[in-house]
Structure formats: structure tokens, C-alpha cells
Ligand binder design. Structure first.
Ligand SMILES: C[S@@+](CC[C@H](N)C(=O)[O-])C[C@H]1O[C@@H](n2cnc3c(N)ncnc32)[C@H](O)[C@@H]1O
Length: 225
């Protein structure tokens, strides 16, 4: 297991546009793991209706990216959805033919909602700001959507994804646009690429939450052999 020091995402970047949704406003301003967990436990049953696919496009774009690369291997691929929340990504991947999807998340309330999707093989609580408990090289694909964001999980987890994904495996993550550089995510991706650990297949700016005018990076990496 990696001994990398971990942290939550930096919060010292400029203010986001005013949020209409009180849960979203709180999500970007939480100051402790317990307050983040409590927020998502409270939000869990309303989250999907608060963030319909027309507004929150990241899950669809990530699932599309995976399906377009993996194609017909989706049913035989083992997938870890890191920060799975209510299971939006898992449900989309299952709809595209994925059969083995595990999910991990900080919030038991979000995991309860994810369980009801029927998309996941296993669901477990975890804190992604700490080294992961998964064994080396245990998944074909790791997807992480909406969780590398302000006051959530810092860039160190990207090194953990490289450890946990199989050689040649795929990692697909979104990172909130305005902390991509200031939060150290770009630097971590560059370091992994320059160190020969990953190939960066794409790193596009995407519309993340349409009404809020927020963008994100959608990073697609393959672990080197
Ligand atoms: C905005 S939601 C995204 C959920 C889902 N991936 C989606 O796209 O709808 C962020 C998720 O990150 C989880 N989270 C926040 N901090 C975390 C941490 N330290 N470890 C694991 N999960 C965390 C929250 O519980 C929440 O489910």
C-alpha cells in the first residue's frame, strides 16, 4: 500500500457562484469529515431529484467515456465506483452492460440509496482521503465522479487509484474546474504521467453542472504496464 500523505481538497480558491441549493452550498464549505458525512446522509434521499441528468452531466459523460473505450468488454470488467454516492454512475454503467461494479463512499445514507439501484455487487463505507483498503491491481476500471471537488477528496487519491487499478486498467475521474490547478490535481496527474505510471488518454473540460455554470476536467488515464 502507498504511504502517500493524504488530505482533503484545498478550500482557499475564489468563491463559487451563489448556489440556489442549500445542500450544494454546504457541500463546498464543509470543514470536517463528520460534517461532510452528515450532510450527505441528510441529502441522500433528495440528491437524485436535486441533480437530474439535464443539470448534472458528469455521471453520463464519465459512463460514456468508459463505454467508448472499453466497449464490448464492459460486461466482463471489474469496476470500482469511488465516491459512488447514490449510484448514478453505477446505474448508467449497468445500463451499458457492466455486471461487476463495487462502490465505496463516506456516507452510509448515500450508500443505502445506491443499494436500491441494484447496480452494485458490493457497497462499502470508506474515507478516500486516507489510503484505500483495496489490494493492489484489483480492478479493471476505477471511476470517480463529483468527489474530487472542493472540501471533499484531495489529489493524493489519484496515486491510490493507480495502485488499485490493474496494469493496463482505466481510471476516469472528474475534478471541479476551479481547483484543478490550485488543488494540486493537475500536478499529481503530470507527476504520474512523467513518472511513467499512467498514460493520459484525454483531459477535457466538460460542462459539469449546467445551471450553476460550473465546469470540470474529465481525466481519462490508463495505468502503464
Ligand atoms: C457530489 S457527490 C458525487 C456522488 C456520485 N459519484 C455522483 O456523481 O452523483 C460526492 C460524494 O463524495 C462522497 N465523499 C465526500 N468525501 C468523501 C471521502 N473523504 N471519502 C469517500 N467519499 C467521500 C460523498 O459522500 C458523496 O457521496
Amino acid at each position: 500500500m502507498s504511504s502517500t500523505t493524504t488530505s482533503t481538497a484545498q478550500t482557499s480558491t475564489p468563491s463559487l457562484p451563489t448556489e440556489q441549493n442549500p445542500y450544494l452550498a454546504r457541500a463546498y464549505a464543509t470543514t470536517s469529515l463528520s460534517s461532510t458525512r452528515a450532510l450527505y446522509d441528510e441529502w441522500a434521499t433528495k440528491y437524485d431529484s436535486d441533480l437530474p441528468a439535464t443539470e448534472y452531466q458528469a455521471p453520463t459523460l464519465a459512463a460514456d467515456a468508459i463505454a467508448s473505450i472499453i466497449g464490448s468488454s464492459l460486461p466482463t470488467s471489474t469496476i470500482l465506483d469511488a465516491g459512488c454516492g447514490t449510484g448514478l454512475v453505477g446505474a448508467l454503467l449497468a445500463g451499458r452492460g457492466a455486471k461487476t461494479i463495487d462502490g465505496v463512499d463516506l456516507s452510509p445514507g448515500m450508500l443505502d440509496v445506491a443499494r436500491k439501484t441494484g447496480a452494485y455487487t458490493e457497497l462499502n463505507e470508506c474515507d478516500l482521503s486516507q489510503p484505500m483498503t483495496q489490494s493492489d491491481e484489483s480492478y479493471d476500471v476505477i471511476v470517480c465522479v463529483g468527489t474530487l471537488t472542493r472540501a471533499h477528496v484531495g489529489p493524493e487519491v489519484l496515486s491510490e487509484f493507480v495502485r488499485v487499478v490493474k496494469k493496463g486498467g482505466l481510471m476516469v475521474a472528474t475534478v471541479l474546474g476551479d481547483i484543478w490547478v490550485s488543488g494540486g490535481y493537475k500536478a499529481r496527474v503530470d507527476e504520474l504521467r512523467e513518472g511513467g505510471r499512467v498514460d493520459v488518454l484525454s483531459c477535457e473540460t466538460i460542462g459539469y453542472r449546467v445551471k450553476a455554470g460550473l465546469g470540470a476536467k474529465l481525466v481519462v488515464m490508463r495505468r502503464c504496464e
